[in-house]
Structures are given as structure tokens and as C-alpha cells.
Write a protein that binds this ligand. Structure first.
Ligand SMILES: [Zn+2]
Length: 150
């Protein structure tokens, strides 16, 4: 009996992990698509900026506000891009070294390439929730007892 239970449990875990892996793969490819779309956007915006600066310079009428607006748009794209790269890193359980840009597993404390201290990955506060959950059943018991007294 015990043996078959083990087999069933193992099979369930494998299935669950496979599902998780597929989810991650889908997320990962979506992020990659987004990343290349934004990279394309940036390229287009640079081309537009370049040609408008060219035309402005040729005609002798430089519109600095228009140039600033284009640069702000490009910066926005760069921000989106770094946000997506961060999400990709998280999905791969990797961090990017702020000093040299090397990617490494997020359980490393220091960059293996340059030795810079790496940011500590966000710790999920599950233990705190468990502690709170342990206290609650006691309260619930008291309430049940009060109702029985009625
Ligand atoms: Zn580094």
C-alpha cells in the first residue's frame, strides 16, 4: 500500500512541476516577445529622431521641445525594457550584476565575475503568515464554545 501511495504522490508531483515549467516557459516567451517589440520601438524612435533632427538642421529651424519629447519617449521605452529584463531574470532565478552586467543565479551573494555584492532577492514573508494562522484557531475555538453555551 505504502509503495503505491509513494508512486502516486511522486507522479502527482512530477505532473505539477511539469505544469509549472510550462507556465514559466509561456511567460518567458511572452516576455521575450515584449522585449523584442520594445527594442523595435526604440529603433523606430531613434530613426524618427534622427531624421527629424536632420530635417530641422537642414531647414535651420530646430524645435528643441520636439527633440526633448522624442528623447523622453525613448527613455520611457528603455525603462520598460529594463523592467522586462528584470522579470526575465526573476523567472530564470537570476540577478544582473549592477557593476558589470553579468547574469548569475540569485542565490549567489557576490558576482562571480567582478565580486560586487549582489542585491538580496525579495524574501517572501510566508513564515509570518504561518505564525498568524497558528494564533487564529484558538480564537475560533472560543467562539464555537460560546455558541454552544447558547
Ligand atoms: Zn559583476
Amino acid at each position: 500500500m505504502g509503495f503505491f501511495d509513494d508512486v502516486i504522490n511522486t507522479t502527482k508531483n512530477v505532473a505539477a512541476n511539469a505544469g509549472k515549467k510550462t507556465d514559466e516557459a509561456v511567460k518567458f516567451s511572452k516576455l521575450k516577445i515584449k522585449k523584442s517589440q520594445i527594442k523595435g520601438d526604440i529603433k523606430v524612435k531613434f530613426e524618427k529622431l534622427g531624421s527629424s533632427v536632420y530635417q530641422m538642421t537642414k531647414s535651420g529651424e530646430k524645435d528643441n521641445d520636439a527633440i526633448d519629447a522624442s528623447i523622453a519617449e525613448i527613455d520611457e521605452c528603455y525603462e520598460k525594457l529594463s523592467e522586462i529584463e528584470k522579470q526575465i531574470d526573476e523567472l530564470k532565478s537570476e540577478v544582473t550584476c549592477v557593476s558589470c552586467g553579468a547574469k548569475t543565479k540569485n542565490d549567489n551573494n557576490f558576482c562571480p565575475k567582478c565580486g560586487t555584492k549582489l542585491p538580496v532577492p525579495e524574501v517572501k514573508e510566508e513564515p509570518a503568515e504561518e505564525a498568524a494562522a497558528e494564533e487564529k484557531p484558538a480564537e475560533a475555538d472560543v467562539i464555537v464554545e460560546e455558541k454552544k453555551a447558547d
